[in-house]
Design a protein around this ligand. Structure first.
Ligand SMILES: CC(C)(COP(=O)(O)OP(=O)(O)OC[C@H]1O[C@@H](n2cnc3c(N)ncnc32)[C@H](O)[C@@H]1OP(=O)(O)O)[C@@H](O)C(=O)NCCC(=O)NCCS
Length: 254
């Protein structure tokens, strides 16, 4: 369930305790001036990727998300956003380049005009967010991606909960796959997550002892999930938009 108070503008802090995960929520519908400022921090390869998007809204969402990632990551590792270099895993998961502070791990997700960015110290994270769209959620699509038990659980939901249950399942599966960084190498029906709205989030996989799964609800219209390596984490939530200019300009030392 969405709890606006969790996302209240708390004093921003760019230090990550070992048991903490920081989750940032960003509205991607930026003012043109903000978008231009974020764009100036992108590397040439990222700029080229932005230019390959066919639709301006997709291009802008990519630029905003990557620019916000650079801005926040820069604060965590005390570097200017444009200086950051990324490495990419075999399946495309970005991480900080070997020359940077690799103890900071991160993952991002965007859906329509909202992005979630997760940061942790020394543990892999995967995050996923989706706008709940009843027109997309259906048993036929579930049959292509979900495990038999998930399909049964979905079918047991009342019609008014079907779309939410579908996207809870989708985001939990994606967050797990993204935490592992292996993309679609992992058959999506080879593990199981819970999906009933209002019930605790559970992950059942061959390696589930290695991971914790958290519910992240950034907005009443969206659902999200965070999977992190290790024991359940203390999650702290911040709004990128609400970050006050003084905090943005504060010294980059954590
Ligand atoms: C990355 C992936 C795992 C998810 O992508 P997605 O849900 O479309 O997009 P999201 O916005 O949530 O995440 C994209 C971000 O994840 C990160 N990412 C890219 N590859 C990744 C990987 N292998 N592992 C973890 N994170 C990855 C990047 O930061 C990327 O941002 P960018 O596009 O700005 O570079 C992708 O492999 C994918 O296409 N998944 C298939 C979708 C599907 O069939 N899902 C069924 C769910 S039941």
């Amino acid at each position: 369930m969405f709890d606006a108070s969790l996302w209240a503008a708390n004093p921003v802090q760019f230090t990550l305790a070992p048991d903490e995960i920081h989750v940032w929520r960003a509205n991607l519908d930026c003012e043109p001036a903000s978008l231009r400022a974020l764009e100036t921090t992108l590397a040439p390869g990222e700029q080229a990727r932005a230019d390959r998007f066919r639709f301006p809204q997709d291009r802008n969402a990519f630029i905003a998300t990557r620019g916000i990632l650079r801005e926040l990551l820069g604060k965590y590792v005390s570097r200017a956003p444009a200086e950051l270099l990324f490495d990419y895993g075999d399946r495309g998961k970005p991480s900080l380049h070997a020359s940077s502070d690799q103890s900071i791990q991160f993952n991002v997700s965007r859906s329509h005009d909202l992005a979630l960015l997760a940061f942790a110290a020394k543990r892999s994270v995967g995050i996923d967010v989706e706008l709940v769209r009843p027109d997309f959620a259906g048993i036929e699509i579930a049959q292509r991606y979900f495990s038999p038990q998930e399909i049964e659980e979905l079918k047991s939901l009342p019609p008014q909960s079907l779309a939410e249950g579908f996207f809870l399942c989708w985001t939990r599966k994606e967050a797990y796959v993204k935490a592992r960084g292996e993309g679609m190498q992992i058959p999506l029906n080879s593990f199981r997550v819970s999906l009933t709205p209002g019930q605790p989030a559970r992950l059942e996989s061959t390696d589930s002892a290695r991971w914790c799964l958290h519910i992240v609800t950034p907005d009443p219209r969206y659902v999200g999930a965070l999977v992190a390596e290790g024991k359940a984490a203390r999650i702290r939530y911040w709004n990128w938009n609400a970050m006050d200019p003084a905090a943005k300009n504060q010294s980059q030392s954590p």
